[in-house]
Design a protein around this ligand. Structure first.
Ligand SMILES: Nc1ncnc2c1ncn2[C@@H]1O[C@H](COP(=O)(O)OP(=O)(O)O)[C@@H](O)[C@H]1O
Ligand SMILES: [Mg+2]
Length: 399
């Protein structure tokens, strides 16, 4: 089944913006781009008429511009099912402003400047339904992305030990056989998965970033380290790689390839929300955000939730509160955090410096270094609930 070409209308007072979009999408024969040099309000209702001829309307807007906001309302009211409205906004707008646009009925809020790969990815999602229908059965591996609410809060600790526990802890497998679990350190510049597991230098991601090649199954199999319990690990490079040197299509290929051969792929995310994070966001089956309940962390958590769910509405987000034992009674601060995050605080990992440093000193997961510690046990509970949560969401419709 071949999808009909998608027709995209760009409305921007800035010719450079439409040109950038035209050249980002120009190479795709499945996409036809036309442009109007105007603000949305300046279109004086013509946008509504033109909307019926296009699948996607991209319009540049300043959320503080009242007339534009009214024009958005008119557009939303006249929109037919299947038309997608995308607001192109200054990358520095506040979360409240982005949310106001969503609440007004805008489907996507995309920050400028437009980064080619990220942008192409977003647009390509619009034709995904038809592409999926004709494709072979969807790959089954579950992608669990782990993010942090602040540096040092414990996201790598969670990613490493969750992956290890999803394998089933230690000694469940014969040495050197692969398990169904992969761990990828996408914290390209500051990744520490390699040192948590005492791995030698592994510069696969750097090589990809430099070569710009699309990795295939053989390449990944040869590049990933297999731990004694079978966990496959792709560590971050030991040498410096510019953050924007990876491309979205490379990241997408890594995930899609590993999904075919693994049941779970745990991803340690970079702190920066770089363009190539988009394919991870789109494919994630669950997002885990590791946080503490300081005001700053909770705020950042909220931003992460909004960022991730904007592109993946059905994405389950689990909050892991680190450095705190599950309280018998939640304090007003806990309740306030849960309210801001619109989620229950379901997972708690106790502050356990002894276990954490035993693991760090030995370069081993908690299941070896401190299996009976309170942190080790809490990690195995987290893996069990993650597993059962993902199993019950197996019937989730395709994203
Ligand atoms: N629950 C915990 N109790 C004590 N120390 C912890 C705990 N979780 C993480 N740590 C320690 O905190 C430090 C930072 O953790 P890490 O996972 O690297 O954070 P991040 O990846 O979020 O930057 C590490 O030394 C780790 O061992
Ligand atoms: Mg980390």
């Amino acid at each position: 089944m071949t999808a009909k070409a998608k027709s995209i209308l760009v409305i921007s007072p800035d010719v450079a913006v439409s040109d950038a979009i035209g050249s980002a999408l120009g190479a795709d024969p499945g996409i036809h781009v036309s442009a109007q040099t105007s603000t949305l309000a300046g279109m004086n209702g013509r946008a509504v008429k033109m909307m019926s001829d296009h699948d996607v309307i991209l319009f540049q807007t300043d959320p503080d511009h009242e007339a534009d906001f009214r024009a958005i309302g008119t557009l939303v009211a006249a929109k037919r099912a299947g038309t997608v409205l995308v607001a192109l906004v200054d990358g520095n707008i506040s979360l409240a402003q982005a949310r106001a646009l969503n609440n007004a009925g805008v489907d996507e809020v995309f920050p400028m400047p437009i980064v080619g790969a990220e942008f192409i990815n977003m647009v390509s999602r619009f034709s995904r339904t038809s592409a999926r229908n004709s494709a072979s059965p969807a790959p089954s591996g579950k992608i669990i992305a782990v993010a942090q609410a602040r540096g040092g809060v414990g996201s790598t600790t969670v990613a490493v030990n969750l992956a290890d526990q999803l394998v089933g802890g230690q000694s469940r497998r014969k040495p050197d056989t692969r398990s169904g679990v992969a761990l990828i350190d996408f914290d390209l510049q500051f990744g520490t998965v390699g040192s948590f597991l005492d791995l030698g230098e592994q510069d696969t991601l750097l090589q990809l970033a430099l070569d710009r090649t699309i990795p295939d199954a053989t390449f990944l199999e040869q590049s990933m380290v297999t731990m004694p319990n079978g966990l496959s690990v792709l560590a971050a490079p030991s040498k410096f790689a510019p953050l924007d040197s990876l491309r979205s299509d490379q990241v997408a290929a890594i995930l899609d390839t590993l999904r075919k051969s693994h049941d779970y792929i745990v991803v340690d995310l970079p702190r920066a929300l770089v363009g190539w994070i988009e394919p991870i966001v789109q494919r994630a089956d669950e997002l885990i955000i590791v946080t503490d309940i300081s005001v700053a962390s909770v705020r950042h958590c909220r931003r992460l939730i909004d960022f991730f769910t904007a592109d993946n509405i059905a994405l389950p987000v689990e909050i892991v509160v680190n450095h705190e034992r599950r309280p018998f009674f939640q304090s007003s601060m806990h309740r306030e955090a849960a309210k801001v995050l619109e989620r229950k605080l379901d997972h708690w990992l106790p502050h356990d410096p002894r276990a954490a440093s035993a693991a760090a000193d030995r370069g081993k997961p908690l299941s070896i270094a401190a299996p009976r510690s309170s942190l080790g046990k809490a990690m195995s509970r987290l893996a069990a609930t993650t597993k059962s949560g993902l199993q019950t969401s197996l019937q989730r419709p395709n994203k």
